[in-house]
Design a protein around this ligand. Structure first.
Ligand code: THU
Length: 137
């Protein structure tokens, strides 16, 4: 699956974003080791703290379907009225969730926009010296 295909799926997922409080809409498309694709959007809440980011929605959908290995994620985001023009990097909590299931040197994080342009990082780039299950073994 190409970067552009992943970004397109993330843009589709963003249309389902539930963000009535921030107005910031995010979509994600997560490619599992099985070859299956899992999408997610951010889901906000009137109590604010239960809000779930798009990336974690995609991860939790995938893990709850039995997936444990992941190759790449595409992320798109932006204010509702502005579209997805700027690159949107994952928050710290989402990076930590990625750390639980992904090889930091191999997992690819693709920050896309509505023109299908992108910047690509590894998880190690965005979460250097990350704390993971290896630290507990
Ligand atoms: N958000 C995401 O979904 N992913 C990110 O990586 C950054 C932030 C969401 C959470 C909240 O609904 C809105 O964007 C503003 O923070």
């Amino acid at each position: 699956m190409t970067e552009q295909e992943l970004i397109k799926r993330a843009l589709e997922a963003r249309t389902f974003s539930y963000a009535p409080y921030s107005g910031f809409q995010v979509g994600a498309a997560l490619l599992a080791g099985s070859g299956k694709l899992y999408t997610g959007c951010n889901i906000e809440n009137a109590a604010f703290t239960p809000t779930n980011c798009a990336e974690r929605t995609a991860f939790f959908k995938a893990v709850s379907d039995g997936e444990k290995e992941f190759l790449a994620i595409a992320i798109v985001g932006g204010k509702k009225e502005e579209g997805a023009k700027e690159f949107c990097a994952p928050c710290g909590v989402c990076r930590q969730v990625m750390m639980e299931f992904c090889d930091p040197e191999q997992f690819r994080i693709i920050l896309g926009n509505e023109n299908l342009e992108y910047q690509e990082y590894t998880l190690a780039d965005l979460l250097p010296e990350g704390f993971g299950k290896g630290n507990l073994s």
